[in-house]
Design a protein around this ligand. Sequence first.
Ligand code: TEU
Length: 563
Amino acid sequence: MQKAWWKESVVYQIYPRSFADSDGDGVGDLRGIIGKLDYLKTLGVDVVWLSPVYKSPNDDNGYDISDYQDIMTEFGTMADFDELLAGLHARGIRLLMDLVVNHTSDEHAWFVESRASQDSPYRDFYIWRPGKDGAEPNNWGSFFGGSAWQRDDATGEYFLHLFSTKQPDLNWDNPAVREAIYSMMRWWLDKGIDGFRMDVINLISKAPGLPDAPVQSAARYQFPGEFVFHGPRLLEYLGEMKREVLSKYDIFSVGEAPTATTEHGIELTHGEHGPLNMVFQFEHMDLDIASGSQIGKWDFKRLDLLDLKRVMSRWQRDLADGGWNSLYLANHDQPRPVSRFGDDTTYRVESAKLLATFLHTLQGTPYIYQGEELGMTNVPFASIDDYRDIESLNAYRELVNERGYDPAAVLPMLHAKSRDNARTPMQWDASASAGFTTGTPWIAVNPNHTTINAAQQLSDPGSVFAYYQELIRLRKANPVIVYGAYDLLLPDDPAIYAYTRTLGETQLLVILNFTAEAPEFALPAGLDASNPALLISNYPVDANELIAQITLRPYEARVYRLR
Ligand code: TEU
């Protein structure tokens, strides 16, 4: 298998608004991050992915960009950015920037020009259509609720926005748009950044004619699915981007790709002809949505381990030959994994370590989301007034006001699935605002920061943080973790997820109990366990214990080297 530094790296995602505030305005900033670089070095990560820091009116916390070549006022200045980049590089850490180019802010100069008149040279930078029979041009729904079209008074035409009304979609079919984006990318790369995480990059090519979506629910607007994801010119555009920009630098790229199948994954990441290095797929993130749901992700159910095995094993297998996986359980859009897939009360530490073991022993590049390395949990907000996220607020309004749901039924949905679970401030210490700010935080801190925080964990060898450090060290010391083949064991076991990783003569055995019960692990035939060496575990293990048969403890995780 082709070696690459980005395959051997561990990435740490920073959501700057919630990471560290240096000036007491309650909003995290670049100087706050600069103050925490040694923390990142201590953890041992190789790459930082920074969620957007560009100029933005913050309708969607920076994913609505009004100037790609300037820094958001609350976050600092370009001089602060340059210092951050230098500080990371001085510590041997690379920097990945968020690239949000499916859409801009409606306050971007291109859109301001575009909406002014039908003759503007920027008109075609966005997707404008006349209305149909006095209504929207088609039935597409926005991912943030309501129609994906907004009528604009200046010309009476509608513009497309797959996300909020303040996030108009760019028209990638216009070569001038693509050239403007490539030149902006080169500007950042020439500054010395090390790559891009590309926001919803598989949305950039829309189906010609923008046909109505099939009616799948009673809602007024429908999921545009196949007409917007993986469109007919996606590979052409990304191939062009690779040729014009990416291939000219020693960098890496990861594309966010909701709805991607493994076929899409291969076509996008294949070493020779794929335009990207890896994608964020969503199949495992969708496994806890109740089937037949009319309200999408809000209709949650507990994950079935057999589903997780099926999905993850398929991605491991299908991308093994020339593609590459990104591995993640958390990001700024997802609830906290220990609350979602583990147990954030009785077995918080054990289950956080179990999930970490899983993430770091599959084939691919692991991504840690800020606070995951502390086992941070979902936040128990008691009122809708505590939430800040546009998706959550829109969903609450739609479900309660338009669809008649009882607010008492909707709050638990937000508690389980809201993006704000990931966006409460980083828990640095036990002080009033968790050491995040000296002012009033823009979103409330999780009350459990008094016990779950970095200060406590840095001095505790049994902490979740110390366990992440150890997993990162193990990856560096054992190429089999990066490059080894994955083989699933016990496919039908509902409680234990076990697999081997094999590279040449070396073989690892990973045993994970995903439950609070005590299931029996029996070593499958064909594996040689005569001389196992324990690499890591989340409980004390007797070094002489035979592994032919093990009664596992709640959320127990063990990794052995068999040979
Ligand atoms: O997310 C894209 C995306 O697929 C989201 O709609 C995601 O599925 C949803 O938030 C989960 O509930 C990206 C960014 O990561 C997100 O923060 C932005 O809001 C969105 O694009 C628009 O830029």
